[in-house]
Design a protein around this ligand. Structure first.
Ligand SMILES: Nc1ncnc2c1ncn2[C@@H]1O[C@H](COP(=O)(O)OP(=O)(O)O)[C@@H](O)[C@H]1O
Ligand SMILES: CCCC(=O)OP(=O)(O)O
Length: 353
């Protein structure tokens, strides 16, 4: 089976071609802020991103794809797994997404690519989109009726890591309990119980990350929103918070350099980063009643041995901590859709409500 995976991110589009589980090539199309600054909304970037993908596919002489698998966007709560791309899904992501995000382009890009490069039966899919929601009812409740907790984050990478944890424990995904944390520009975390994500922590709840705020005291947030306005505050909390706010860089490697140069503030912020991640792990462990086989830490920051060590110091009383650095989203997309094509999983249909 020939499957193309497409992963639109804030500053790049990654594409990778697979022959079954073998990756044939992977290419990243990078965009500078100057190139993207004149586009108002995410969908205004669609033509540029599509053209760049099509050019690569022509150069690589790609033809007769069996499927195209894209990272899916903010559709609203959906079960995990594959969703077939249809016009309703593309319309929804273009006009009514939960939030603006580059992943909202995935379905529309996949639809166009499959039309031009797919075999006659080929279909486009998204897999484990960022709004997958399988949280237990008890995990949804907040202290205000009508405001529920949200399950928005790095589902695709974290479910792939949970499967890798199961593999490392010589068990199936359906046999293990694990806590997985994604630590990158944004951060989110998930509690996996016997193949289900039963609880989830989003980027505005506990830990901060390279650019996101994590949880904030509501009373102060109200004041700040009154002072700055909602739009500016949203940009501050989602793009200019975390390491960027304290250390003026989103790059953890730079923060580690600042510490080496004797910067006490950077040192304190690094400790707070590890503490926030550890508190997040502890919170999700309570949903699993302490029965955790392994804690998996993933995303770009998981390359930092210093960070993993510090998180392990605070969390290893719960379960062993293992790093799965970087992200495995391209494999996760292709392997997920391969399971669909091999009839091991079923794709669902998106219906506009
Ligand atoms: N080798 C490394 N050591 C420490 N931190 C790293 C390393 N590689 C990447 N990072 C950090 O990971 C973060 C980006 O993570 P990533 O998952 O690539 O984010 P995103 O995909 O959201 O841009 C940055 O803070 C970056 O500095
Ligand atoms: C919007 C949820 C997914 C997310 O935070 O992704 P990035 O970290 O890639 O922005």
């Amino acid at each position: 089976m020939k499957i193309l995976a497409i992963n639109p991110g804030a500053t790049s589009t990654k594409i990778a071609l697979y022959q079954n589980k073998e990756q044939q090539f992977e290419q990243t199309i990078e965009y500078t802020s100057e190139q993207l600054q004149d586009f108002d909304g995410i969908f205004d970037q669609f033509d540029l991103r599509l053209k760049d993908i099509l050019n690569i596919l022509k150069d690589q002489k790609v033809e007769s794809l069996d499927a195209v698998a894209a990272r899916g966007g903010l559709i609203g709560p959906v079960p995990p797994g594959a969703i077939e791309v249809n016009d309703d899904l593309v319309y929804h992501l273009r006009h009514r997404p939960v939030l603006e995000h580059a992943s909202n382009l995935g379905a529309a890009l996949a639809q166009k690519v499959v039309q031009q490069f797919g075999s006659r039966e080929a279909k486009a899919y998204i897999y484990d989109p960022v709004t997958v929601d399988s949280m237990l009812p008890v995990a949804r409740i907040t202290g205000i009726k009508g405001i529920e907790r949200q399950s928005i984050g790095h589902h695709l990478n974290m479910r792939a890591v949970a499967r890798n944890i199961a593999h490392d424990l010589d068990k199936s995904y359906e046999e293990i309990n694990a806590v997985v944390v994604h630590m990158g520009g944004g951060a989110s975390a998930s509690a996996h119980q016997k193949g289900e994500v039963v609880d989830f922590i989003s980027d505005d709840e506990i830990m901060f990350s390279a650019e996101r705020s994590g949880g904030l005291p509501v009373k102060v947030v109200i004041q700040k929103v009154e002072e700055m306005g909602a739009k500016e505050f949203s940009i501050l909390s989602r793009k200019n918070a975390g390491l960027q706010s304290h250390c003026h860089t989103k790059d953890l490697r730079q923060v580690l350099k600042q510490i080496q140069q004797g910067d006490d503030c950077a040192s304190l912020v690094f400790d707070a980063l590890a503490l926030g991640i550890s508190k997040t792990i502890a919170a999700l462990s309570t949903t699993l009643e302490g029965k955790v086989d392994m804690i998996g830490v993933t995303g770009g920051m998981a390359y930092s041995k210093e960070l993993i060590e510090r998180v392990a110091q605070r969390s290893e009383f719960i379960a062993p901590v293992k790093a799965y650095p970087g992200e495995q989203e391209m494999d996760a997309l292709a392997f997920g859709i391969l399971r669909v094509l091999n009839n091991e999983e079923e794709a669902s249909q998106f219906v506009e409500k």
